[in-house]
Write a protein that binds this ligand. Structure first.
Ligand code: SAM
Length: 326
């Protein structure tokens, strides 16, 4: 069924922005609601809104995106598993997407993993800011660390692979846990993704500096322990392969801040939970209101124009040799 329908959706020329960057993936926030209250959360750079898109609207946006070359979709939030229609959203999108993946806090993952996999979900990233129950509670305000760990294991068992554990590095909060997080990733068969802390509001740098941990420090540590290091040709993102008792584990380091290479190679367009095309996590002054067009009954051509407008508005946030802000 999915394969049949895919054939009906014809692809047009892949969208590029004026910096020559291809747009080939869509990151859709499907809710702002969350069952955790992580103090460090950037909330996908969204402004508060309770005007959630319906599953039909989400599917319509994903379909137009697919026609324009955005063949991979990642669902995010808030917490996407709080939407009861998540399996329907996934199965709709899977009809005309090469890969539907999800980023989740993992709390509700174990009991939903089979349904999501049956719906067409291919991969998950699971946030895990700490393995220590007391700390996890301080960071997220909830006592759910065991549920998250079980969710990660269930995702691996159900082959939503590679399962990536997302750990945002927070100075003075969790960086001392990185060796334990590596061990845990190895035990369960997941990849550990260490993510540089990004500002919650781009202008609030004082707060950011308090918790920002320089990824160069952990890269130095990883380099000394790695049996091999791979570099993604496009994004220049390093993957460190470590071994313990001869079993390998992969650790990736994601460094978005002041990183012009990161922006140069960004191929992602975002959609906010209230239906705006969002060219950059760190900006809200260049959104394109596609949901208004959908609700006015706009044609496919008009919706494609909205995507083209978002592509025109797309600019690297960090650029120049020293990664200055644009
Ligand atoms: N609730 C879901 C989750 O926890 O994955 C989806 C929303 S969360 C905003 C999406 C991703 O953003 C997670 O991988 C999380 O670790 C990451 N994230 C949240 N705040 C961040 C920040 N300030 N800097 C870098 N990454 C962040």
């Amino acid at each position: 069924m999915a394969i049949e329908n895919k054939k009906l959706v014809t692809s047009k020329a892949v969208l590029h922005d004026k910096f020559g960057r291809k747009l080939n993936s869509l990151r859709i926030s499907i809710t702002q609601k969350c069952n955790l209250k992580c103090f460090y959360c950037h909330r996908e750079g969204e402004v508060a809104s309770d005007n959630e898109m319906t599953k039909e609207e989400i599917a319509q946006i994903a379909k137009i995106a697919y026609q324009l070359g955005m063949k991979k979709v990642k669902l995010t939030g808030g917490e996407p598993l709080l939407r009861e229609d998540l399996p329907d959203i996934i199965s709709e999108i899977a009809e005309y997407s090469d890969e539907v993946s999800l980023t989740t806090n993992g709390v509700l993952l174990e009991k939903n993993v089979e349904t999501l996999s049956d719906a067409g979900l291919k991969r998950v990233n699971v946030s895990l800011p700490s393995l220590v129950p007391e700390r996890f509670k301080n960071i997220t305000k909830k006592d759910f660390v065991e549920q998250v760990k079980d969710g990660i294991e269930a995702a691996v068992q159900n082959n939503l692979c590679p399962v990536k554990i997302n750990m945002v590095m927070l100075k003075g909060i969790n960086v001392d846990e990185i060796p334990n997080a590596i061990d845990f990733a190895q035990e369960v068969g997941a990849i550990l993704q260490l993510i540089e802390f990004e500002p919650i509001q781009p202008e609030n740098y004082a707060y950011w500096k308090t918790f920002h941990y320089d990824p160069a420090l952990i890269e130095y540590w990883l380099k000394k322990r790695a049996v091999s290091i791979q570099e993604n040709a496009l994004h220049k993102r390093k993957r460190y392969i470590l071994k313990k008792n001869s079993d390998p584990v992969i650790v990736e380091v994601v460094k978005p801040m002041h990183n012009s290479i990161f922006c140069q190679n960004c191929t992602r367009l975002r959609v906010t939970s209230d239906g705006k095309l969002k060219p950059c996590l760190l900006r809200n002054d260049n959104l394109v209101n596609i949901i208004a067009l959908i609700r006015q009954g706009a044609s496919s051509n008009e919706l494609e124009e909205a995507f083209k407008e978002a592509a025109r508005l797309r600019e690297p946030y960090w650029r120049g040799e020293n990664g200055k802000c644009s």
